[in-house]
Design a binder for this molecule. Sequence first.
Ligand SMILES: Nc1ncnc2c1ncn2[C@@H]1O[C@H](COP(=O)(O)OP(=O)(O)OP(=O)(O)O)[C@@H](O)[C@H]1O
Ligand SMILES: [Mg+2]
Length: 330
Amino acid sequence: MTKLGEVLGEKAVVGLQNMTAPRHPGSIAVINYKGGVGKTTISCLLGYYLAEETKKKVLLLDIDPQCSLSLALGFNPDEVSKTELTIFNLVVPDRWTRVTKTDFDKYVFPPKDSLAPKNMGIIRGAFDIDMLDIEIAKTLVKGEQQVEHLHLYCKQMLRHFEDEYEYIIVDCPPNKMFLTQAMLRACAYYIPVTIPDRISVYGMPRLLRWVREIEPSSKPKMLGYVLNALNRSGGHPAGKVISQQAAERRLVRDIAASMDADERSVLKDEPKLGELPRLDVIARFLSEEGYKWSRMEFKKETSMQKTVDQCLVDLAERVIERMEAYRAKA
Ligand SMILES: Nc1ncnc2c1ncn2[C@@H]1O[C@H](COP(=O)(O)OP(=O)(O)OP(=O)(O)O)[C@@H](O)[C@H]1O
Ligand SMILES: [Mg+2]
């Protein structure tokens, strides 16, 4: 038995090392290690719209220790004890020994928000998830390949949901924790989300380099960037304020410089996936307890520009189109 086999059990290690199968074909990591740019808002709303528009099932994964996505879907992480079925208990190292079992389903909950589409599920977040890195770091000191095994385990977990869930959206935290890295590599696609201001787009080249440095077999494909919190300028023909236009130009240049050949051919001249205005009706969605979401609210006209509802329908449609385009190339 190998040294790692003694730790994990030989059968589990062999199972993990043989995991060369493709990734879940509809898995998306929503990323940016800049905080507060709208990753959770976009993860949640994209999930709602994919579920409503396609009528297919959507699974949301909350891997952020802040648990914002779980809160948005009506859960109170304070009331969830350490032993319950959360992302923490799903990915702690002693679970990796049981990779052949398919009891992942127990971890999926219907949203508590009664207004959320019914064809959705969530794997709830846990405040303790940042402890996972400490556990992994301890074993790294001993020379184990835990990081790689965490990645293979995550990939296996996402693949398990392939038959039931057409789309999986992983709401990543604003950090590069081992779990964030593992999930990013386990997903087939990623969406960088940013606010178009100078400070927010400043870190984008580093974020893109981080993805580019992933080995080709595990590198997710970019579906395009999402611009969030646009300040609309009713009088301007482009509908955006000048400072945000400048930030977007810089963003487009950075993204264009980092695309691989497949991404260039699928995203062509439009690396943008979608955009959302900065509006109270969107802020309330995450921030207001008991807020009653409705598409009617999102359909209200503002500044004679695209409604929030139309922005989200377009975003979901583009996700579907681009996934199909990548699949056609494969
Ligand atoms: N388009 C928008 N218009 C108005 N408010 C918004 C918009 N997008 C996000 N917000 C608000 O901005 C705050 C941050 O958004 P969100 O939590 O989605 O960002 P995040 O990138 O997930 O943050 P973190 O990095 O902490 O996980 C929230 O209060 C949210 O309600
Ligand atoms: Mg978030």
